[in-house]
Structures are given as C-alpha cells and as structure tokens.
Design a protein around this ligand. Structure first.
Ligand SMILES: [Zn+2]
Length: 84
C-alpha cells in the first residue's frame, strides 16, 4: 500500500500538490521530506530539505533552487525524486 503511494511519479506529483496521504500510525512520523532535485542550468543533482526556511542555491553554479514559504519551500527547479 505505502509502496504504491510513493511510486516515483506519483510521489513527486503528490509533493507538488501537497496531498500526501498517510496511514494512521500509532507513532507519528514527520510530514517533511527530502527531495532530490536537478539544477535547470547545469543539470547537477543535489538533495535538499523540502521545508527549507532559507533559500537554497545550486552547489555548482549558484542558481537559486528554492524560495521559503510558511511551511514547505517553493521548489523552482526540477524535482527528480521524493525521498522518504
Ligand atoms: Zn546549477
């Protein structure tokens, strides 16, 4: 069940829309996730925190990758994968 939900494309889409359905667990787990993104300028990939409260820049070329918002940050580059 959980594996089906977090298949690659679906997981990326779910993060964008912000509707990640979670099974009710006895032990609560965090809703925040790490993302593997690739830079649109230089194509290098890096892992960022989905709720980064500061701007995150590309390690290689310095292009801005995220804009902070109240909760989840706005990702202004290509999301390759959502890590659980
Ligand atoms: Zn770059």
């Amino acid at each position: 069940m959980r594996q089906e939900i977090f298949q690659e494309g679906i997981a990326v889409e779910a993060f964008r829309v912000g509707v990640i359905m979670k099974e009710k667990d006895i032990l609560p787990t965090p809703n925040s996730r790490f993302l593997r993104v690739s830079c649109t300028e230089c194509n290098s990939s890096q892992i960022i925190f989905g709720c980064a409260s500061t701007t995150v820049n590309c390690r290689a070329c310095g292009k801005q990758l995220t804009m902070p918002r109240g909760g989840k940050c706005r990702v202004i580059t290509k999301i390759e994968d959502v890590l659980t």
